[in-house]
Design a protein around this ligand. Sequence first.
Ligand code: UDP
Ligand code: MG
Length: 337
Amino acid sequence: MLRYSIVVPIYNEEAIIPELYRRLHSVIALLDETAELVFIDDGSHDRSLSLLRHLHERDPQVCYLSFARNFGHQVAVTAGLNFARGQAVIVMDADLQDPPELIPDLIQKWRQGYQVVYAQRTQRQRESWFKRFTAYWFYRTLRRLADVDIPTDTGDFCLMDRRVVDLLNAMPERNRYIRGLRAWVGFRQTAIPFDRAPRYAGSVKYTFGKSLALAINSLVGFSKVPLRLSTYLGLVSAAISLLMGLLVLYWRLFAPNSPLTGYTIITVVVFFLGAVQLISIGILGEYIGRIYEEIKGRPLYTLSEIGGFQNSKDSLRTPQPQIRESVRGESIRDSDG
Ligand code: UDP
Ligand code: MG
């Protein structure tokens, strides 16, 4: 039985694939057990897919999936988890910001009995101050608001036991914030600190828009606090209007020459209430939009090509692979480890 799967989403990474493969290969060669490399081409427009095909022809350990279009990083990781066959599955970015050399450390923790081993970044010195600032506050806000304890400063770089992967695969939801789902599952989890390297080559694929969408997804997916926010805003504006009512009454009775009457107050109040209402509708919309997405029940991704994965060829016709039998999970892993 396959021991390790390494899942790597690829979006326009032609500049990186040869070096990525070289480093992954030398790490895998040192492992004394079987491993597969699962690359997911997320609808790249460059030569990424042909490079992956080429690797697959040369090295049977390399398997790949190709999406019919760009579906995004989290969906690509999801597809990789759907197809990975290893007893332990490692997820990492393609750009070598997640050093493959950390994989043996992740595995060692897994052998010690942890079902989730995630890499936690100790420093981001080499990223822009804007990215560091927003990431710092985002992770801390999320931690305060989320229903589950999502560790700060962790990315998708982690190792997950087969049991956890099966549980993730069995989750029907399409809003897939992997770090959150991974934390939600529970089991024994531990962190390994690491120093995040700069991107090896090519440009960042997470544009500001994509990062913002991921941030909103994670908040809406793991917290109901934003919904409550409109209640709070409503209460605050009710209190303010009560105060103002009293103030106006006071002015009428005791200070008839006060300048702060009439249009000034009305304009401010109209804008304030308008803002409160729009924010509330917007927040409601975020949740309703997600309900709509879930209800439609479309497949998460469409595949145009599969390389490797013997026995799972028919998955091309049904993009959502069958959930394995072991979801209910009897054994966590083979007896020999
Ligand atoms: N990625 C992807 N689909 C996308 C965007 C990114 O599969 O639509 C992959 C990308 O190829 C890389 C990983 O997600 O392997 C992380 O992307 P990037 O390094 O650009 O993001 P950051 O380092 O800012 O998190
Ligand atoms: Mg990166």
